[in-house]
Every structure is written in structure tokens, then in C-alpha cells.
Design a protein around this ligand. Structure first.
Ligand code: SF4
Length: 305
């Protein structure tokens, strides 16, 4: 196996820069362009000291007005905004995990969704203390899916996957009151705490942000990942001989190699090529590459079935 090499931040940035240049040629929009139109940013928003949680607002903190109408100060407002972001993120990712649990529950032999990695399902079942002996793999899948769904709304206990943590970590989380309980409960508690007239203590708000985030990382997202592997097969690294750097230099429109061809032509003619014509050629090249990708993907999918 060839030596494993991590991509550096500089390499990522250079690749992004090339992607943006190519995108700009075909008129593609990107957040890097949109962000320029949004500057200068609102200073209150940037610092998190504006609040529009209730109809008495919106309020913003200034030296003249150090508290919102409800009496909440800058620390409380920043804490509530931060917790709202975290709860929104936890809900988003965890709900994806919930859909995966539902899909696992619907999986059946010969159906649209099947168990592709039964060994992994057995491993997780043992981890969760579920009896596997003599069970049909689909009965087990349905039982595990139901248990997974219960992780969203169970009235007692912490997230099951916390037992995967290194020794002593789960106990530390419990001791510090940030061990995640049911996922929906953490999201609902967060929305409750951030509402007007509830919590404005920054320590409590930050603690709940941690608990809410952990309910996703060690709950919803982890179930989404693990059960996706059960349904679609666990991905395995495949060694490739293809050198992407060299491929990028192929003289094809939309690739750097294509741009190089235009630069050489310009150098020979000693005058620039019409940018609009060049853009059209790159666009056509990009479309051709997209069609090629779809054909290759279709071919790969056919091979699976
Ligand atoms: S919750 Fe308080 S700070 Fe926020 S908008 Fe309402 S009154 Fe203003």
C-alpha cells in the first residue's frame, strides 16, 4: 500500500481557488462571492448581541441599553443565540439519523432497502445488549431500528453509544451534567431554555449547548452513520493508481489543462482569446464531463445489481 498522505490546508485552499476560477468562467455562484455582497456585516449580529426571540424585541445591546426589554443582558443573549444554533444543528443532523432508523425498520429481503452489512448489525446489537442468537437478520434489524428510534424520546437514561467512550469519560459527562439524554429532549430543553423569561444564565446555556451537541454526535449522527453502513454496506478504502494532478492537466476544457491550451494559443497569437468564447468552450467541456460522470456512475450502479 502506498504511503498515506494527509492533504494540507494550503492544498485544499489551492484546489478551492482553482474550482472557483473554473466556476466563475461558467457563471457559477458560490458563497465566497456572495459573502462579499454581505459586507460589512451587522456588528450586533456579528457579536451575537441582538435578539428577536419575542415580540417585545428586536433588542440589541449598546452602552445606552445594556439589557433587552425582558432584562436579559449581553451574556444571556449571546448564550441563548449560541444554544439556539447548537440545538438547530443537533435537530438537523439527528433527524437525518431518525430517517435512517425508519428506513432500517422498513428494510426487507428483496425490498428496496436491504441489510448489506449483517456483521455490523450483529456487532451493534451485541454492543447494545440485544440477544442475536437464532434471530432472523431482518427481525433483528427491525428490533434495532425501534431501539434506535427510542433514543430520540426515551424518558430515562443517557445515549447508548456513550458506552463507547474511553473509560471514565461518560462518568465525567454525567458529573458535569452534560451527558446527553434523549435527543428530542435535549433539543426541546434547548428551545425551552432560550425562550423569553426562562434561562439567561450563560453557564447554564453553554452547558445545555454542550449536552445538545453531544446528543447529536453520540446519538443521532452516530446512529445515522452506523445504520447507514448496515443498510448500504460499510465503505472500505480502495487504492487507486489514478493521479488526479496529472488528470487535471489533460487538455480538456474546464480543467486546468484546458486553460493551459488557451494560454499557449494566446502566447503563439500574441493576443488574448475572446473571454466569452473561451467561457462557452469551458462550459461545453464541463457539461461533457458531467454527462461522462453520469454515464460512469450509471455503469457502476448496474455492476452492483
Ligand atoms: S427575549 Fe428579551 S431581549 Fe429578546 S427580543 Fe424579547 S425582550 Fe428583547
Amino acid at each position: 500500500m502506498s504511503e498515506f498522505k494527509l492533504t494540507t490546508v494550503e492544498e485544499f485552499e489551492a484546489a478551492t481557488e482553482r474550482l472557483l476560477e473554473t466556476g466563475a468562467k461558467v457563471g457559477a455562484d458560490a458563497w465566497q462571492f456572495r459573502v462579499k455582497n454581505q459586507t460589512p456585516h451587522c456588528k450586533f449580529g456579528e457579536q451575537g448581541i441582538c435578539c428577536r426571540i419575542c415580540a417585545m424585541g428586536p433588542c440589541r445591546i449598546t452602552p445606552k441599553a445594556p439589557r433587552g426589554v425582558c432584562g436579559c443582558d449581553a451574556h444571556g443573549i449571546v448564550g441563548r443565540n449560541f444554544l439556539k444554533f447548537t440545538a438547530g444543528g443537533a435537530a438537523t443532523h439527528s433527524d437525518h439519523g431518525r430517517e435512517i432508523c425508519h428506513t432500517l425498520y422498513c428494510a426487507k429481503e428483496g425490498g428496496n432497502y436491504q441489510v448489506k452489512d449483517p456483521e455490523k448489525l450483529l456487532r451493534i446489537a451485541k454492543e447494545w445488549g440485544v440477544e442475536t442468537e437464532g434471530k432472523d437478520i431482518y427481525d433483528l434489524a427491525h428490533e434495532m431500528a425501534e431501539l434506535g428510534l427510542m433514543e430520540y424520546g426515551k424518558p430515562f437514561g443517557y445515549q447508548r453509544f456513550l458506552d463507547r467512550m474511553p473509560a471514565g469519560q461518560k462518568e465525567k459527562l454525567i458529573e458535569n451534567e452534560i451527558a446527553p439524554r434523549a435527543i428530542d429532549r435535549e433539543v426541546a430543553s434547548s428551545l425551552h431554555m432560550t425562550h423569553m423569561g426562562c434561562s439567561s444564565l450563560p453557564e447554564a446555556l453553554v452547558r445545555q449547548s454542550l449536552r445538545s451537541g453531544l446528543s447529536d454526535g453520540w446519538g443521532g449522527s452516530m446512529m445515522g452513520t452506523e445504520f447507514s453502513d448496515v443498510l448500504f454496506g460499510t465503505p472500505k478504502p480502495i487504492e487507486t493508481e489514478a493521479n488526479l494532478g496529472v488528470m487535471n492537466l489533460l487538455p480538456l476544457p474546464a480543467l486546468d489543462g484546458g486553460r493551459l491550451v488557451f494560454l499557449i494559443i494566446e502566447a503563439i497569437r500574441k493576443k488574448p482569446i475572446n473571454r466569452e468564447i473561451e467561457g462557452r468552450i469551458h462550459f461545453a467541456g464541463l457539461m461533457a464531463l458531467m454527462v461522462l460522470m453520469v454515464v460512469v456512475m450509471y455503469n457502476d450502479i448496474l455492476k452492483i445489481f
